[in-house]
Design a protein around this ligand. Structure first.
Ligand code: C5P
Length: 398
Protein backbone atom coordinates (compact mmCIF):
# COMPACT_ATOMS: atom_id res chain seq x y z
CA UNK A 1 0.00 0.00 0.00
CA UNK A 2 2.90 2.39 0.70
CA UNK A 3 4.82 1.56 -2.48
CA UNK A 4 5.99 4.82 -4.12
CA UNK A 5 3.98 6.98 -1.70
CA UNK A 6 5.72 10.25 -0.86
CA UNK A 7 5.62 11.20 2.80
CA UNK A 8 6.82 14.47 4.24
CA UNK A 9 7.81 13.85 7.86
CA UNK A 10 8.10 16.82 10.21
CA UNK A 11 10.00 16.22 13.46
CA UNK A 12 9.37 18.79 16.18
CA UNK A 13 11.07 19.21 19.56
CA UNK A 14 10.36 16.20 21.72
CA UNK A 15 12.46 13.31 22.94
CA UNK A 16 10.10 11.04 20.95
CA UNK A 17 11.91 12.28 17.82
CA UNK A 18 14.30 9.35 18.24
CA UNK A 19 11.36 6.99 17.60
CA UNK A 20 10.61 8.83 14.36
CA UNK A 21 13.94 7.60 13.03
CA UNK A 22 12.52 4.11 13.36
CA UNK A 23 9.33 5.31 11.66
CA UNK A 24 11.42 6.44 8.67
CA UNK A 25 13.02 3.01 8.53
CA UNK A 26 9.63 1.26 8.61
CA UNK A 27 8.21 3.57 5.94
CA UNK A 28 11.14 3.20 3.55
CA UNK A 29 11.17 -0.58 4.08
CA UNK A 30 7.48 -0.59 3.01
CA UNK A 31 8.44 1.19 -0.22
CA UNK A 32 7.54 4.80 0.70
CA UNK A 33 9.78 7.72 -0.10
CA UNK A 34 10.30 9.96 2.94
CA UNK A 35 11.54 13.53 3.05
CA UNK A 36 12.37 15.02 6.46
CA UNK A 37 11.86 18.50 7.93
CA UNK A 38 13.15 19.38 11.41
CA UNK A 39 12.21 22.33 13.55
CA UNK A 40 14.91 23.97 15.69
CA UNK A 41 13.47 21.95 18.61
CA UNK A 42 13.51 18.72 16.59
CA UNK A 43 17.16 19.35 15.77
CA UNK A 44 17.97 19.33 19.50
CA UNK A 45 16.90 15.69 19.74
CA UNK A 46 17.98 14.13 16.43
CA UNK A 47 20.43 15.46 13.89
CA UNK A 48 19.53 16.33 10.29
CA UNK A 49 22.31 13.90 9.33
CA UNK A 50 20.46 10.97 10.97
CA UNK A 51 17.30 11.91 9.04
CA UNK A 52 19.26 12.31 5.80
CA UNK A 53 21.00 8.98 6.24
CA UNK A 54 17.72 7.14 6.73
CA UNK A 55 15.66 8.97 4.06
CA UNK A 56 18.49 9.24 1.53
CA UNK A 57 17.42 12.85 0.97
CA UNK A 58 18.36 16.28 2.20
CA UNK A 59 16.73 17.08 5.57
CA UNK A 60 15.21 20.58 5.61
CA UNK A 61 15.59 22.94 8.53
CA UNK A 62 16.09 26.45 7.23
CA UNK A 63 13.32 28.66 5.92
CA UNK A 64 15.73 30.58 3.73
CA UNK A 65 17.89 28.02 1.96
CA UNK A 66 19.72 29.63 -0.95
CA UNK A 67 21.07 26.23 -2.04
CA UNK A 68 17.64 24.78 -2.73
CA UNK A 69 16.63 27.15 -5.58
CA UNK A 70 13.00 26.59 -4.65
CA UNK A 71 10.45 27.92 -2.24
CA UNK A 72 10.73 25.03 0.21
CA UNK A 73 7.67 26.02 2.23
CA UNK A 74 5.52 25.51 -0.87
CA UNK A 75 7.39 22.86 -2.84
CA UNK A 76 7.75 20.41 0.04
CA UNK A 77 4.02 19.85 0.42
CA UNK A 78 3.37 19.95 -3.36
CA UNK A 79 5.60 16.97 -4.00
CA UNK A 80 4.29 14.92 -1.04
CA UNK A 81 1.18 12.72 -0.90
CA UNK A 82 0.85 13.05 2.86
CA UNK A 83 2.33 15.14 5.69
CA UNK A 84 3.07 13.42 9.01
CA UNK A 85 4.09 15.43 12.07
CA UNK A 86 5.77 13.01 14.50
CA UNK A 87 6.44 13.98 17.17
CA UNK A 88 4.00 16.90 17.22
CA UNK A 89 4.55 19.17 20.23
CA UNK A 90 1.85 21.24 21.95
CA UNK A 91 3.58 24.35 20.65
CA UNK A 92 3.58 23.14 17.07
CA UNK A 93 -0.12 22.22 17.18
CA UNK A 94 -0.89 25.58 18.76
CA UNK A 95 0.97 27.39 15.93
CA UNK A 96 -0.85 25.26 13.40
CA UNK A 97 -4.33 26.18 14.62
CA UNK A 98 -3.41 29.86 14.82
CA UNK A 99 -2.09 29.82 11.26
CA UNK A 100 1.33 31.01 12.37
CA UNK A 101 4.36 30.58 10.16
CA UNK A 102 7.63 31.56 11.83
CA UNK A 103 9.85 28.71 10.62
CA UNK A 104 9.96 26.29 7.72
CA UNK A 105 7.81 23.56 9.33
CA UNK A 106 4.96 25.86 10.45
CA UNK A 107 5.03 27.86 7.20
CA UNK A 108 4.82 24.77 5.05
CA UNK A 109 1.81 23.61 7.09
CA UNK A 110 0.24 27.00 6.37
CA UNK A 111 0.93 26.57 2.63
CA UNK A 112 0.07 22.85 2.52
CA UNK A 113 -2.35 21.29 0.05
CA UNK A 114 -2.10 17.75 1.44
CA UNK A 115 -3.68 15.86 4.37
CA UNK A 116 -1.93 15.98 7.74
CA UNK A 117 -1.50 13.29 10.39
CA UNK A 118 -0.35 14.40 13.86
CA UNK A 119 1.31 12.14 16.44
CA UNK A 120 1.36 14.30 19.60
CA UNK A 121 4.02 13.86 22.26
CA UNK A 122 4.21 15.80 25.51
CA UNK A 123 4.02 15.81 29.30
CA UNK A 124 0.72 14.62 30.79
CA UNK A 125 -0.17 18.06 32.24
CA UNK A 126 0.43 19.66 28.86
CA UNK A 127 -1.75 17.00 27.21
CA UNK A 128 -4.57 17.53 29.70
CA UNK A 129 -4.30 21.32 29.67
CA UNK A 130 -7.68 22.67 28.51
CA UNK A 131 -5.97 25.23 26.25
CA UNK A 132 -4.09 22.45 24.48
CA UNK A 133 -7.20 20.25 24.22
CA UNK A 134 -9.06 23.18 22.64
CA UNK A 135 -6.26 23.53 20.08
CA UNK A 136 -6.33 19.82 19.38
CA UNK A 137 -10.09 19.96 18.71
CA UNK A 138 -9.54 22.84 16.28
CA UNK A 139 -6.74 20.95 14.53
CA UNK A 140 -9.10 17.97 14.13
CA UNK A 141 -11.97 20.06 12.83
CA UNK A 142 -9.53 21.71 10.40
CA UNK A 143 -9.03 18.20 9.00
CA UNK A 144 -5.95 16.80 10.76
CA UNK A 145 -5.97 13.14 11.77
CA UNK A 146 -4.68 12.78 15.31
CA UNK A 147 -3.02 9.58 16.52
CA UNK A 148 -3.62 9.65 20.29
CA UNK A 149 -0.58 9.28 22.52
CA UNK A 150 -0.30 6.44 25.01
CA UNK A 151 -0.53 6.50 28.78
CA UNK A 152 2.77 5.39 30.31
CA UNK A 153 5.74 6.54 32.35
CA UNK A 154 6.87 9.61 30.39
CA UNK A 155 10.44 10.70 29.69
CA UNK A 156 10.05 13.41 32.37
CA UNK A 157 9.32 10.71 34.97
CA UNK A 158 5.64 11.59 35.37
CA UNK A 159 2.96 9.04 34.58
CA UNK A 160 0.00 9.59 32.26
CA UNK A 161 -1.05 10.34 28.69
CA UNK A 162 1.53 11.90 26.44
CA UNK A 163 3.90 9.21 25.17
CA UNK A 164 3.95 9.33 21.37
CA UNK A 165 2.27 6.37 19.65
CA UNK A 166 4.74 3.65 18.66
CA UNK A 167 6.16 3.81 15.09
CA UNK A 168 4.24 0.60 14.24
CA UNK A 169 0.89 2.22 15.18
CA UNK A 170 1.75 5.37 13.24
CA UNK A 171 2.53 3.14 10.24
CA UNK A 172 -0.91 1.52 10.56
CA UNK A 173 -2.66 4.89 10.42
CA UNK A 174 -0.57 5.94 7.40
CA UNK A 175 -1.42 2.64 5.72
CA UNK A 176 -5.16 3.13 6.43
CA UNK A 177 -4.95 6.61 5.00
CA UNK A 178 -3.72 5.32 1.65
CA UNK A 179 -6.14 2.37 1.66
CA UNK A 180 -9.17 4.64 2.04
CA UNK A 181 -8.02 7.86 0.37
CA UNK A 182 -10.52 9.25 -2.15
CA UNK A 183 -12.26 5.90 -2.72
CA UNK A 184 -15.68 7.49 -2.10
CA UNK A 185 -15.00 10.99 -3.44
CA UNK A 186 -18.20 12.57 -4.76
CA UNK A 187 -20.50 10.17 -2.84
CA UNK A 188 -23.09 11.06 -0.20
CA UNK A 189 -23.64 8.83 2.81
CA UNK A 190 -26.04 8.70 5.76
CA UNK A 191 -25.11 6.74 8.89
CA UNK A 192 -27.26 6.14 11.97
CA UNK A 193 -25.43 5.62 15.25
CA UNK A 194 -26.06 5.37 19.00
CA UNK A 195 -29.28 4.33 20.72
CA UNK A 196 -32.70 5.93 20.77
CA UNK A 197 -34.61 7.24 23.78
CA UNK A 198 -38.34 6.65 24.14
CA UNK A 199 -39.99 8.96 26.66
CA UNK A 200 -42.31 7.60 29.35
CA UNK A 201 -42.95 10.92 31.08
CA UNK A 202 -41.08 14.18 31.67
CA UNK A 203 -38.31 12.47 33.69
CA UNK A 204 -38.29 8.79 32.66
CA UNK A 205 -37.37 7.01 29.49
CA UNK A 206 -36.58 3.64 27.92
CA UNK A 207 -33.29 3.20 26.05
CA UNK A 208 -30.37 0.79 25.60
CA UNK A 209 -26.63 0.67 26.24
CA UNK A 210 -25.43 1.61 22.74
CA UNK A 211 -22.23 3.68 22.96
CA UNK A 212 -22.24 4.97 19.36
CA UNK A 213 -18.64 3.76 18.92
CA UNK A 214 -19.28 1.51 15.90
CA UNK A 215 -21.58 3.90 14.02
CA UNK A 216 -19.25 6.85 14.59
CA UNK A 217 -16.26 4.78 13.40
CA UNK A 218 -18.14 3.94 10.19
CA UNK A 219 -19.05 7.60 9.65
CA UNK A 220 -15.38 8.59 10.12
CA UNK A 221 -14.13 5.87 7.75
CA UNK A 222 -16.60 6.99 5.06
CA UNK A 223 -15.62 10.65 5.60
CA UNK A 224 -11.91 9.72 5.40
CA UNK A 225 -12.70 7.94 2.14
CA UNK A 226 -13.91 11.25 0.70
CA UNK A 227 -17.70 10.81 1.04
CA UNK A 228 -19.84 13.64 2.41
CA UNK A 229 -21.45 12.06 5.44
CA UNK A 230 -24.54 12.88 7.51
CA UNK A 231 -24.28 11.15 10.88
CA UNK A 232 -27.70 10.85 12.52
CA UNK A 233 -26.68 10.30 16.11
CA UNK A 234 -28.90 9.19 18.96
CA UNK A 235 -27.97 8.70 22.62
CA UNK A 236 -24.28 7.84 22.96
CA UNK A 237 -21.43 7.89 25.44
CA UNK A 238 -18.59 9.22 23.27
CA UNK A 239 -19.86 12.49 21.80
CA UNK A 240 -20.25 13.30 18.13
CA UNK A 241 -17.56 12.24 15.65
CA UNK A 242 -15.73 15.08 13.94
CA UNK A 243 -14.29 15.34 10.44
CA UNK A 244 -14.50 18.09 7.82
CA UNK A 245 -16.63 15.80 5.58
CA UNK A 246 -19.04 15.07 8.40
CA UNK A 247 -22.31 16.74 9.42
CA UNK A 248 -23.86 15.54 12.69
CA UNK A 249 -27.62 15.61 13.37
CA UNK A 250 -28.38 14.75 16.98
CA UNK A 251 -31.72 13.08 17.62
CA UNK A 252 -33.51 11.56 20.59
CA UNK A 253 -36.27 9.13 19.60
CA UNK A 254 -36.59 6.53 16.83
CA UNK A 255 -39.26 8.66 15.16
CA UNK A 256 -36.90 11.66 15.10
CA UNK A 257 -34.11 9.45 13.74
CA UNK A 258 -36.45 8.15 11.03
CA UNK A 259 -37.49 11.69 10.09
CA UNK A 260 -33.89 13.03 10.04
CA UNK A 261 -32.72 10.15 7.85
CA UNK A 262 -35.47 10.73 5.29
CA UNK A 263 -34.85 14.49 5.30
CA UNK A 264 -31.14 13.85 4.66
CA UNK A 265 -31.90 11.70 1.58
CA UNK A 266 -31.01 11.40 -1.30
CA UNK A 267 -27.75 9.57 -0.72
CA UNK A 268 -25.61 6.96 -2.45
CA UNK A 269 -24.91 5.07 0.77
CA UNK A 270 -26.99 4.31 3.86
CA UNK A 271 -25.59 2.49 6.88
CA UNK A 272 -28.04 1.74 9.71
CA UNK A 273 -25.88 1.03 12.72
CA UNK A 274 -28.05 2.57 15.45
CA UNK A 275 -29.57 0.44 18.19
CA UNK A 276 -33.12 1.65 17.57
CA UNK A 277 -35.71 0.88 20.25
CA UNK A 278 -38.24 -1.39 18.60
CA UNK A 279 -41.09 0.08 20.66
CA UNK A 280 -42.17 3.55 21.71
CA UNK A 281 -44.51 4.60 24.49
CA UNK A 282 -47.91 5.41 22.98
CA UNK A 283 -48.89 8.31 25.23
CA UNK A 284 -45.87 9.73 27.06
CA UNK A 285 -46.91 12.07 29.85
CA UNK A 286 -45.77 15.71 29.84
CA UNK A 287 -45.47 15.62 33.62
CA UNK A 288 -43.86 13.21 36.07
CA UNK A 289 -46.20 10.29 36.72
CA UNK A 290 -46.63 9.79 40.47
CA UNK A 291 -45.63 6.47 42.00
CA UNK A 292 -49.10 6.23 43.57
CA UNK A 293 -50.70 6.38 40.08
CA UNK A 294 -48.88 3.17 39.07
CA UNK A 295 -47.26 2.69 35.71
CA UNK A 296 -49.43 1.48 32.89
CA UNK A 297 -47.34 1.80 29.77
CA UNK A 298 -48.73 0.99 26.34
CA UNK A 299 -46.24 0.35 23.56
CA UNK A 300 -46.46 0.68 19.81
CA UNK A 301 -43.91 -0.38 17.22
CA UNK A 302 -41.38 2.16 16.00
CA UNK A 303 -40.68 2.54 12.29
CA UNK A 304 -37.93 0.21 11.05
CA UNK A 305 -35.50 2.82 9.73
CA UNK A 306 -33.23 0.52 7.72
CA UNK A 307 -36.23 -1.17 6.15
CA UNK A 308 -37.84 2.17 5.29
CA UNK A 309 -34.69 3.11 3.35
CA UNK A 310 -33.88 -0.34 1.91
CA UNK A 311 -37.38 -0.71 0.48
CA UNK A 312 -37.56 2.71 -1.20
CA UNK A 313 -38.30 2.70 -4.93
CA UNK A 314 -35.38 2.45 -7.35
CA UNK A 315 -35.13 6.21 -7.92
CA UNK A 316 -34.95 7.09 -4.19
CA UNK A 317 -33.14 4.09 -2.70
CA UNK A 318 -29.43 4.64 -2.00
CA UNK A 319 -27.27 2.42 -4.24
CA UNK A 320 -25.87 0.65 -1.17
CA UNK A 321 -27.85 -0.07 2.02
CA UNK A 322 -26.09 -1.70 4.96
CA UNK A 323 -27.77 -3.01 8.11
CA UNK A 324 -26.55 -4.69 11.28
CA UNK A 325 -27.75 -7.83 13.01
CA UNK A 326 -26.86 -8.75 16.57
CA UNK A 327 -27.85 -12.38 17.03
CA UNK A 328 -27.44 -15.00 19.71
CA UNK A 329 -28.23 -18.03 17.52
CA UNK A 330 -28.25 -19.06 13.86
CA UNK A 331 -26.24 -15.95 13.11
CA UNK A 332 -25.84 -16.38 9.35
CA UNK A 333 -29.37 -17.68 8.64
CA UNK A 334 -30.98 -14.88 10.61
CA UNK A 335 -28.75 -12.28 8.95
CA UNK A 336 -29.51 -13.74 5.51
CA UNK A 337 -33.24 -13.41 6.22
CA UNK A 338 -32.72 -9.79 7.26
CA UNK A 339 -31.18 -8.97 3.87
CA UNK A 340 -34.58 -9.59 2.29
CA UNK A 341 -36.81 -8.31 5.06
CA UNK A 342 -34.94 -5.00 5.31
CA UNK A 343 -33.89 -4.59 1.67
CA UNK A 344 -30.15 -4.50 2.49
CA UNK A 345 -27.16 -5.25 0.24
CA UNK A 346 -24.99 -6.14 3.23
CA UNK A 347 -25.76 -7.21 6.78
CA UNK A 348 -22.93 -6.92 9.27
CA UNK A 349 -23.72 -9.71 11.69
CA UNK A 350 -22.31 -10.14 15.16
CA UNK A 351 -22.76 -12.98 17.53
CA UNK A 352 -23.64 -11.46 20.89
CA UNK A 353 -24.24 -14.73 22.73
CA UNK A 354 -20.95 -14.37 24.63
CA UNK A 355 -21.95 -10.97 26.04
CA UNK A 356 -22.72 -7.52 24.76
CA UNK A 357 -20.53 -5.58 22.30
CA UNK A 358 -21.99 -2.33 23.64
CA UNK A 359 -19.23 0.03 24.71
CA UNK A 360 -16.39 -2.34 23.72
CA UNK A 361 -13.63 -1.24 21.36
CA UNK A 362 -13.71 -4.47 19.35
CA UNK A 363 -16.34 -6.20 17.30
CA UNK A 364 -16.45 -9.76 15.95
CA UNK A 365 -18.37 -9.70 12.71
CA UNK A 366 -19.42 -11.50 9.53
CA UNK A 367 -20.31 -9.82 6.24
CA UNK A 368 -23.51 -11.45 5.02
CA UNK A 369 -24.67 -10.85 1.43
CA UNK A 370 -27.00 -12.75 -0.91
CA UNK A 371 -23.86 -14.45 -2.27
CA UNK A 372 -22.82 -15.87 1.11
CA UNK A 373 -20.97 -14.87 4.24
CA UNK A 374 -17.41 -13.91 5.09
CA UNK A 375 -16.00 -14.14 8.61
CA UNK A 376 -13.96 -11.07 9.55
CA UNK A 377 -12.92 -12.24 13.00
CA UNK A 378 -12.34 -9.73 15.78
CA UNK A 379 -11.43 -6.23 14.63
CA UNK A 380 -11.33 -2.88 16.37
CA UNK A 381 -14.50 -0.88 15.65
CA UNK A 382 -12.29 1.54 13.71
CA UNK A 383 -10.95 -1.27 11.50
CA UNK A 384 -14.43 -2.68 10.98
CA UNK A 385 -15.57 0.80 9.89
CA UNK A 386 -12.80 0.81 7.30
CA UNK A 387 -13.67 -2.69 6.06
CA UNK A 388 -17.30 -1.58 5.61
CA UNK A 389 -16.14 1.53 3.75
CA UNK A 390 -13.94 -0.56 1.44
CA UNK A 391 -16.76 -3.08 0.85
CA UNK A 392 -19.04 -0.19 -0.15
CA UNK A 393 -16.37 1.16 -2.49
CA UNK A 394 -16.05 -2.24 -4.22
CA UNK A 395 -19.84 -2.56 -4.51
CA UNK A 396 -20.21 0.90 -6.08
CA UNK A 397 -17.52 0.03 -8.64
CA UNK A 398 -19.50 -2.94 -9.96
O1 C5P B 1 -34.40 -6.22 13.52
P1 C5P B 1 -33.11 -5.90 14.20
O2 C5P B 1 -33.26 -4.90 15.31
O3 C5P B 1 -32.29 -7.09 14.57
O4 C5P B 1 -32.25 -5.19 13.05
C1 C5P B 1 -31.08 -4.52 13.27
C2 C5P B 1 -30.85 -3.54 12.16
O5 C5P B 1 -32.02 -2.80 11.87
C3 C5P B 1 -29.78 -2.52 12.51
O6 C5P B 1 -29.15 -2.14 11.32
C4 C5P B 1 -30.63 -1.39 13.08
O7 C5P B 1 -29.96 -0.14 12.94
C5 C5P B 1 -31.86 -1.45 12.22
N1 C5P B 1 -33.12 -1.02 12.84
C6 C5P B 1 -33.74 0.13 12.39
N2 C5P B 1 -34.94 0.52 12.92
C7 C5P B 1 -35.54 -0.22 13.88
C8 C5P B 1 -34.91 -1.39 14.34
C9 C5P B 1 -33.70 -1.77 13.82
O8 C5P B 1 -33.21 0.82 11.53
N3 C5P B 1 -36.69 0.18 14.36
Amino acid sequence: MLERKRILLILTGSIAAYKSLDLIRLLTKAGASVEGVLTEGGKQFVTPLSVETLTGKKAHVEMWDSQAYEMSHIELSRRADLIVVAPATANFISKMVRGEGDDLASTLILAKNKPVILAPSMNVEMWENPAFQRNLEIAKSDGATVIPPQADMLACGEIGMGKMAEPGSIMEVIDDHFRLASTLEGRRAIVTSGGTIERIDSVRHISNFSSGKQGNAIAIALAQSGAKVTLVLGKNSIGPASHPNLEVLEVVSAEEMHESVHKALPADIFVGCAAVCDFKVVNPSDRKIKKSEGLNIKFAENPDIVRSVGKLGPTDRPAVVVGFAAETEELIDNAQAKLDIKGCDLIVANNVSGGSVFGQDDNTAHFVTPEGSVELGTLSKRQLGQEISLWIFERLRR
